[in-house]
Design a protein around this ligand. Structure first.
Ligand SMILES: NC(=O)c1ccc[n+]([C@@H]2O[C@H](COP(=O)([O-])OP(=O)(O)OC[C@H]3O[C@@H](n4cnc5c(N)ncnc54)[C@H](OP(=O)(O)O)[C@@H]3O)[C@@H](O)[C@H]2O)c1
Length: 182
């Protein structure tokens, strides 16, 4: 699978869970964060900037593409994610758009990217499918109990430093989760 922003808060958890379940993980991250992602067990790490991500993923998968993309970046990266997913059975789960909006047309899905495109929003998941959320949380607690996922170790900011935390997030200078102390 392909995990974008793998050194981030969500990305780090995703790499740990994916490795636990035996996936081969191709991760993207800024160059100075590669070691963090490798230490989590990612099999391949690609630069998130200035690299043809889709071409690199296809090279690493002998042209097949990945079964699953966790797409939290958006912008031009969404196109790379669609191109990197395996034709017919590949899935692209879209849950963030830090890099901006991107359009996908019905033409794209019929003639260019024959993949499963899935939108995910945790708030809507809780409201609209609480039984699925319950299953996910039950599984999550099992992973916590087994030590697969540990308590987070966020970078901590005073509440008044909120703008600084957001500026660092926007500048892609952060690693892991960020916490504001009220
Ligand atoms: N849908 C949901 O229910 C849900 C729930 C939680 C989080 N999210 C979303 O998931 C994403 C990840 O959340 P997170 O808290 O774990 O954040 P994060 O990954 O810790 O931080 C963002 C990272 O995204 C990468 N990035 C790529 N393009 C970027 C851009 N144009 N501007 C800023 N960063 C960019 C950067 O990593 P590199 O520099 O390494 O490339 C950056 O460090 C966010 O988009 C968030 O909104 C969605």
């Amino acid at each position: 699978m392909l995990i974008h922003a793998a050194a981030g808060g969500t990305g780090q958890a995703a790499v740990k869970v994916a490795k636990h379940y035996g996936a081969t993980v191709i991760a993207t991250a800024s160059p100075d964060k590669h070691e963090v992602v490798r230490a989590l067990g990612a099999d391949h790490v690609i630069d998130s900037c200035g690299v043809d991500i889709a071409a690199e993923v296809l090279r690493l998968t002998d042209g097949a593409g990945v079964d699953l993309v966790l797409e939290s970046v958006g912008g031009a990266t969404l196109e790379a994610s669609l191109a990197a997913a395996k034709r017919v059975t590949g899935r692209v789960a879209v849950y963030g758009l830090a890099g901006g909006e991107a359009a996908v047309t019905n033409w794209d899905l019929v003639y260019k990217h024959q993949v499963h495109l899935i939108g995910l929003n945790i708030g809507i998941l809780i409201q609209s499918a609480p039984q699925i959320f319950r299953q996910v949380m039950t599984e999550m607690f099992k992973l916590l109990a087994a030590g697969v996922l540990g308590p987070g170790q966020p970078a901590i900011y005073e509440l008044a430093e909120g703008p600084k935390a957001l500026a660092e997030l926007e500048a892609r200078a952060t690693v892991g989760k960020l916490a504001l102390v009220p």
